[in-house]
Design a protein around this ligand. Structure first.
Ligand code: ADP
Ligand code: MG
Length: 598
């Protein structure tokens, strides 16, 4: 027996809706806490699970939400401009969100640039700092906290009992899950998911990764703030205890154990940890014969076990158990064609590199490199391994800064610009070592290439106001996939393709950006003979449309049959340039490149 995901969701929602009417008060309270924790964890799913940015400090943002409303709604007298915020918890929520946003932007600016382990360490530092701040400020009650927080009111009705609160917390949680799911399934969502693969590819596709990181950091902080606000009015009392580092770590546990890659993982994680904690707090002290927070040790062990055995958490396992028939959205996306840039006149110089030099410490990887690529031509860059071809690609596309020299693209200097800006001007590239997101479908991977042709951001994605544009972006990706001959694999995970095919995927991704200049780093490596023929045909067609193509390739038959001109490099320098025939006969090339033997 199996049902559609929609039916399973409906049953779940009906159970959620009826729960409080059937369950004893104790369980309703438990469910309320699970809901509150799940709101925070949902932010972590986005930030950590999807975006790859680990934060131990979310509890501090919960505290900001709780303390802002507690302070404002209990103050006997507020200065004039603040007074309106004290009269209504709802206005206090707005104030809390503003305070949290301000703090998050500040902390984000300080910590998000930190790489590797420094980011989690940074979050620990601010988690601790904010916690001590809560405990040491006199007017918010120090360690005793604030009592007498008024109940919430909706349309004049007080929300006081656990059951009433339940019907506030869970709809809010579900709304946030819906919005987060929408966000993930959008142009911005693809870019957020691309963050985990490092910023290099995303930036080369025109994604502003620093801005996106800030966006998900902010969203996670605001979710935490909402949870804190609800908590304060549910408890009607706050003190610093629930906002310390320990709880921050627990939120991270919830995300990891539930399944940090999926929005429902937040609910599962919050549920499992909350119930386990309740149960272990009763059981362990009895078993061990002394009191203490032994559950923390248990959670630590559980986390290590999960990280070793089930990195994706419980949600994927649960989802597999559920009697669901999946339709993976297998319909080819339809949408209007996106506007295209005007192509340059055939023969016009697109790219002019002059005296490019790149040093890595003492190693000169590129020296005095000159080359020009014109519209409607294929320029092949060849040379033995280590000659400096990929390095030159990185200089041209803005991935690595040049030591000296000059690069012009469409007549303007581009050396010194970042890869995102250069990509926006119409240059698109593939990578020698493929950079794609193996778990995402071919379609979604290619759609990342079309990122800069869309404009809708995070908010319209969350509210699903960008469906028309999204349809166009996906349809464009689908067209490019069919153009390169991967049409039958459109919905398969990119990681399941053969390596040669993954390179072809990268070409489709580059084409989705609507470039006038393509940089292809060893596109034919790993392809079979017929596939190489097909690729050569495609590149000829693109050239016919006026595209400029700069190509690094080792297969000499492929290069000589396709290229209009060839530049040969050795030890970082140009040793020959000319028509394929000329270059093939050049003694210097034969000596250097072919080792002197034919
Ligand atoms: P090719 O693509 O022609 O095979 P590369 O451009 O990858 O050659 O490498 C040229 C030289 O520069 C090699 O000696 C390589 O080891 C060196 N190199 C490339 N990238 C770096 C880097 N990031 N740091 C230090 N050395 C590098
Ligand atoms: Mg290379």
């Amino acid at each position: 027996m199996s049902a559609s995901p929609r039916a399973v969701l409906s049953v779940f929602l009906i159970m959620l809706g009826l729960g409080p009417l059937l369950l004893p008060e104790f369980y309703v309270t438990l469910l309320n806490y699970i809901g509150l924790y799940a709101i925070v964890t949902l932010g972590l799913v986005l930030l950590t699970g999807v975006g790859g940015l680990t934060s131990f400090g979310q509890a501090a943002f919960v505290g900001l939400g709780a303390y802002t409303t507690a302070t404002l709604t209990t103050a006997s007298e507020l200065p004039g401009w603040l007074a309106p915020f004290g009269h209504s918890p709802w206005l206090a929520l707005v104030a809390g969100l503003m305070v949290t946003a301000a703090v998050a932007v500040l902390l984000g600016a300080l910590t998000l640039r930190l790489s590797g382990h420094y980011l989690p360490l940074g979050t620990i530092a601010w988690g601790i700092s904010l916690y001590f701040l809560f405990g040491n400020i006199e007017f918010i009650g120090g360690h005793t906290g604030i009592t007498g927080i008024p109940p919430l009111q909706i349309a004049g009705i007080e929300v006081k009992s656990g059951r009433e609160f339940y019907y506030l917390i869970w709809p809010m949680l579900l709304a946030l899950i819906w919005a987060t799911q929408n966000l993930l399934d959008s142009r911005s969502g693809r870019a957020i998911r691309a963050l985990k693969g490092g910023t290099l590819m995303a930036e080369a596709m025109g994604v502003d990764t620093a801005r996106l990181k800030m966006a998900i950091f902010l969203i996670a902080a605001l979710f935490a703030c909402v949870s804190g606000w609800l908590y304060a009015h549910l408890q009607r009392f706050v003190n610093p205890t629930p906002f310390g580092l320990g709880i921050g770590i627990e939120y991270l546990f919830m995300a990891v154990i539930g399944g940090a890659g999926s929005v429902w993982g937040a609910v599962v994680g919050a549920g499992v940890i909350t119930i386990l904690k309740q149960w272990l707090q009763d059981l362990l002290p009895k078993l061990l014969g002394s009191s203490g927070n032994f559950e923390v040790i248990f959670f630590g062990l559980l986390m290590v076990l999960m990280l070793q055995r089930a990195r994706d958490g419980l949600w994927p396992m649960l989802a597999r158990l559920m009697p669901v028939v999946r339709d993976n959205g297998m319909a080819r996306p339809e949408g209007l064609p996106l506007p295209k840039k005007a192509m340059a006149q055939s023969g016009e110089s697109l790219l002019v590199v002059k005296a490019a030099r790149k040093e890595f410490g003492g190693l000169v990887a590129n020296n005095n490199m000159d080359l020009t690529v014109r519209a409607g031509e294929v320029l092949a860059l060849i040379g033995p391994n280590g000659a400096g071809k990929s390095t030159l690609f990185n200089l041209i596309s803005g991935v690595t800064p040049m030591t000296s020299g000059e690069i012009r693209f469409l007549g303007e200097r581009i050396d010194g610009l970042n890869s995102r800006t250069i990509a926006r001007r119409g240059m698109s590239r593939t990578f020698q070592h493929v950079r794609l997101l193996p778990a995402m479908s071919v379609l979604e991977n290619v759609a990342i290439g079309a990122h800069m042709r869309g404009s809708h951001g995070v908010i319209s994605a969350a509210l699903r106001l960008e469906r028309a544009e999204e349809g166009c972006l996906l349809a464009e990706a689908a067209r490019q996939i069919e153009r390169v001959g991967l049409g039958t694999q459109m919905f398969e995970p990119a990681g399941s393709l053969a390596l040669g095919q993954q390179r072809i995927l990268e070409i489709a991704r580059a084409l989705s950006a609507d470039p006038c200049l393509l940089l292809l780093d060893e596109p034919a490596a790993g392809l079979r003979y017929l596939e190489k023929q097909a690729l050569a045909d495609l590149l000829r067609r693109l050239r016919g449309e006026g595209m400029g193509i700069l190509l690094v390739e080792h297969d000499m038959d492929f290069v000589m049959g396709l290229a209009d001109r060839v530049v040969v490099m050795e030890f970082g320098e140009k040793i020959a340039e000319g028509l394929p025939d000329e270059v093939q006969r050049d003694p210097a090339v034969l000596e250097a490149y072919l080792g002197g033997v034919e």
